[in-house]
Design a binder for this molecule. Sequence first.
Ligand code: BTN
Length: 232
Amino acid sequence: MSREIYELSSKYGFFNRVIIFDTLSSTQDYALEKGERGDVVVARTQTHGRGRFNRKWYSPRGGLWFSVVLKSNGINSIEACLAVLRILKRFLRNVGIKYPNDIFVNGKKICGIIAEVRNEDAVVGIGINVNNSLPEFLNATSLKEETGKEHDTFALLLEILEEYERVMNMSRKRKIGEFRENQIILGKKIKVQLIKEEIIGTAVNIDENFNLVLIVDGEIVKINAGDVFLID
Ligand code: BTN
């Protein structure tokens, strides 16, 4: 497996080096197995990219597929989400977060994030549809599709890493505020798919612990897991 390694002169010291592979099974699996804290593992294409709930993650060339290894803090994926969102906002209007950390543009998914814990570390996997094509059956879009032009994936990666570090240095209060303000589901009727049950209610808030607050049959329900779907 040939790889290119770039040392980073990271401003804040969270990321040390970027390791780029042409093809990997999954950057997430590689980072979990071999990554060190501060590593950013990138692959131009993944043969077994995976998403939350072990779903297949479609990862052809042209996309930005990477995993980072950071000290676990319980909200690593939320910070990643804010970093990607801030960068995508430079190119797009109508971009927001669908709880817990999918990024949507005009009702379609453009970025997915997964966080897994390994000892004291979190491995955060980020998949962004940039210039890649997408199968019709996915309710997904790409940066190219939304902006009508190609983007430099490596430049985008560096911008995201810089923003990610900036976000990590923000106060918890600011992170919650930004996470809440950018939700596309608040005030809307949603369905939450949990492992054993399904909840239907209205999303009303994100609380101070980053839980999603719902009103279900007049009662307040808080969730911090599951898959969220907008209903109508
Ligand atoms: C989701 O929306 O379910 C999360 C998708 C995460 C995909 C990324 S692509 C880079 C990294 N490697 C993987 O195998 N998965 C994550």
